[in-house]
Ligand binder design. Structure first.
Ligand code: FES
Length: 120
């Protein structure tokens, strides 16, 4: 069952930033990647460090600076040279309602990917 939470305004997101916020009780990071707003749990899947503090972006790649694991900024898939198939970021569905970004923290919900600015 969907569990949508209101977060930041879409206009607050920069093109290259990692924006921490809360979706209900869940810490998340929001990023603008390839004309899309994406939301991930604010925790590296390696040791749980908050990516809002230890994350850096290299274009569309999100890097955890603790041990340099790299993740695709759109999908959250682990993309470091050493393959770790089960070490992806937790990605949450996102929608934009009248300029406000909403995040569904129900990880069992089907993934929703919508272009930035498209209200549903
Ligand atoms: S805690 Fe993120 S790579 Fe180790």
């Amino acid at each position: 069952m969907a569990d949508w939470h209101s977060t930041l305004l879409e206009s607050e997101l920069t093109l290259t930033g990692i924006h921490p916020t809360q979706a209900g009780k869940t810490p998340v990071i929001l990023m603008r990647v390839k004309d899309e707003v994406v939301a991930f749990r604010d925790a590296c899947p390696h040791e749980g460090y908050p990516l809002s503090r230890v994350g850096e972006r290299d274009g569309d790649v999100l890097i955890c600076t603790k041990h340099l694991w790299e993740f695709d900024g759109c999908s959250g898939r682990h993309v470091s040279r050493l393959e770790r198939p089960d070490c992806n970021l937790v990605r949450f569905p996102v929608r934009v309602q009248t300029g406000r970004i909403e995040v569904d923290t129900d990880v069992n919900a089907p993934e929703v990917r919508r272009p930035v600015g498209v209200a549903i």
